[in-house]
Design a protein around this ligand. Structure first.
Ligand code: SF4
Length: 244
């Protein structure tokens, strides 16, 4: 187990494979990472729709690998529908995830709901603007995609949200309740965390090998760009930075 980390990106900071010596499953997870990377590098989807579909399939493999780890280790996951403490942390996503998210909002939300989401995104961006990333982590700002305490984009949510499993709701509650208090207590199972990283980061590295931008950006920033700049995805597909 580990104590609460900095945010929900999980793929940077100390690197994806820190503490590898304490994870007996590491060779298997390394193999998953290598497979994801190789396949993503070779895939070269023909168009934007195929690329988004490929990312969604990766989310499925991520869930499968993590489910296997949960079952094998008998991990008691504390997360439950309606619990959204972690949706008040800073979330960072990559361009391929932003385009899946944006397409979901465009297709599944009617115009009024989309406008409300865009207004919440704009409001959050104003709150985030003066904050350094490390200040934003525990500023307690609710994700703009939360509706009535639940994720409104659940099927399209990014890897950072998918792979984050708490083993202690009290740790989450305490961290949420007093954002200035030091972080203490158990939070994640290390193998489970690494399993999520193995798929999400392996896939991202394969895309990078293939010439695509994989820079992590704050969720609201990337999503607004993906939603409001029609040429962003085409730029991405040409190997350029999409969010400029
Ligand atoms: S995208 Fe969904 S799961 Fe992720 S932080 Fe926002 S509301 Fe929570």
């Amino acid at each position: 187990m580990r104590t609460p980390g900095a945010n929900r990106q999980g793929l940077t900071g100390g690197g994806p494979w820190e503490n590898r010596e304490v994870t007996p499953l590491f060779p298997e997870l390394q193999a998953a990472f290598d497979r994801e990377r190789k396949d993503a590098r070779a895939a070269r989807p023909a168009d934007a729709m195929s690329a988004r579909a490929s990312t969604v399939r990766m989310y499925g493999r991520l869930a499968e690998l993590q489910s296997g780890v949960i079952a094998r280790k008998g991990i008691e996951v504390a997360c439950a529908r309606g619990c959204s403490y972690c949706c008040h942390l800073r979330v960072e996503i990559r361009p391929h995830e932003a385009f899946v998210l944006a397409r979901h909002v465009q297709e599944k939300f009617d115009a009024a709901r989309r406008e409300r989401a865009l207004a919440r995104i704009a409001g959050n961006l104003e709150r985030i603007a003066p904050l350094a990333p490390e200040q934003h982590v525990r500023a307690g700002i609710p994700c703009a995609l939360l509706e009535d305490g639940a994720c409104s984009v659940y099927e399209a949510r990014p890897a950072a949200c998918r792979k984050y499993y708490s083993v202690s709701v009290s740790t989450c509650r305490d961290a949420f309740g007093d954002t200035s208090a030091p972080l203490t207590g158990e939070l994640e199972d290390e193998d489970l965390r690494l399993a999520g990283n193995a798929v999400a980061l392996g896939y991202a590295k394969g895309l990078e090998d293939a010439g695509y931008d994989i820079e992590l950006r704050e969720l609201h920033y990337a999503l607004r760009k993906a939603l409001t700049e029609p040429k962003a995805e085409a730029r991405y597909r040409r190997g350029k930075r999409p969010f400029v």
